[in-house]
Design a protein around this ligand. Sequence first.
Ligand code: PXG
Length: 446
Amino acid sequence: MNERARPETVGQSLENSAFFMPFSMNRQFKKAPRLVSRAEGIHYYTPEGRKIIDGTSGLWCVNAGHCRPAIAEGVAKGVATLDFAPPFQLGHPLAFEFADKVAALAPEGLSKVFFTNSGSESVETALKLALAYHRVRGEGHRTRLIGRERGYHGVNFGGTAVGGIVGNRKIFGALLAGVDHMRHTHDLARNAFSKGEPQHGAELADDLERLCQLHDPSTIAAVIVEPVACSTGVLVPPVGYLKRLREICDRHGILLIFDEVITAWGRLGEPFAALRFKVTPDLITTAKGITNGTVPMGAVFMKEALYQAFQTGPDTAIEMPHGYTYSAHPVACAAGLATLKVYEDEGLLTRVKELEPYWQEQAHALKGLPNVIDIRNIGLIAAIELAPREAAVGARGFEVHLKAWERGAYMRVTGDIIALAPPLIIEKPQIDALFDCLRGVLKEIR
Ligand code: PXG
């Protein structure tokens, strides 16, 4: 056992634990727990000391790898110096410094930043900003929000409503009124085994035009999409699709929101996916990698014009009645600044450009293994889609998750799709180890 494991958790039954685990199979898990108690670089360690390669950067957030000393020191110093400061009508220097630094990395024109504590809060903030923006400009009739089938935008009410993963929506009632969804872009018949952006499907963006005609564009406030829809199983945008969405939004005065909670901070070889796809949205939502997953934080980037639209009325008025107790939390800002320094010192925001060809080659080398019906990739993300078992959708995928864990790798699965997105510090032999593990599992399961 490694010395930092807590002996009391080893071998102890969790079956009666008070912890209601989020987005988990509580009963299955508590019977056969998979615990980690330590992490370093691209590895987790179990309480027994078993080394597990982290194939998903935690939950797509630990981009610089785990337990980086410089980040741990930044957080420790931050919490010892200023534990909390009210963000309303009071400030602290780190918030201003961090906002300026991250805004400098954003696509041109997205010059203002609103801090939140999670991806879900970033999404709610962006949706509210969009509605309020139209209203303060005298276009309060723009109240509709458009998402996309299979989209994931967190778990709060707005994000659940614009989200398009049925299982995440159906038990929560009617959600928000005035929301509609475009078609998703998954098309195995035409695009299976695409490397990078698939060739077919730019015309699916025209589904937005259809919704504009149905509802009248003057009723639509904003469209929100993930540039790459990751949670649903990695749907890479077809060539030209995002550009076409941008054009339709421009034609009709609709704001375009990119939900980059996963795709920002180097995952696609640029600080933001918007830079990689060369399409500039009006708002970008982020979280996760902004602090390397160490301290909860999110940020919404917006075009200067959005910010300016609120700067009316007397300067003794609060311009935006929105914000969280922990917006720009000083410890999160300290974590973010330390993270950004690591990203910059090590070139991590663009490192994936070098790794991507090798990553792509290794991912696609799994073609031909049993049950593999698609492999897709972009940046340092890959998905392997398996045929579902008859009458047991997701069973094969979950078995991969369990068997990979036994073989020493942590991999996210969604249904029968395995999603890989390791820390951006990964080296080629470690990429080999990750895919070798998966290869072994895929050969083993039926
Ligand atoms: N938007 C996007 C695009 C996300 O991927 C959120 C919003 C919500 O962020 P928070 O911080 O509120 O969880 C996310 C989160 C998975 C997985 O396994 C993905 C997420 C969260 C948990 C699991 O794919 N993404």
